[in-house]
Design a protein. Structure first.
Length: 61
């Protein structure tokens, strides 16, 4: 029982590590397209948010 539980825990750990490695590989494969989106989206969102924050203050003035 004791050795079997150790083996089960070890096999579960191995499976989790394999899944993490597979996810990392998939992310690396998709990476060429992703950085552009992640870098562009914040730059597009931030100016809009600043404008939205500035407009009410201008109206109040």
């Amino acid at each position: 029982m004791f050795t079997k539980s150790i083996f089960e825990a070890f096999s579960q750990r191995m499976v989790l590590e394999m899944q993490k490695e597979l996810k990392l590989q998939v992310l690396k494969q998709k990476n060429p397209k992703r950085p552009r989106q992640t870098f562009r989206a914040p730059t597009m969102i931030v100016p809009g948010a600043r404008k939205n924050l500035c407009e009410p203050s201008r109206q109040s003035l």
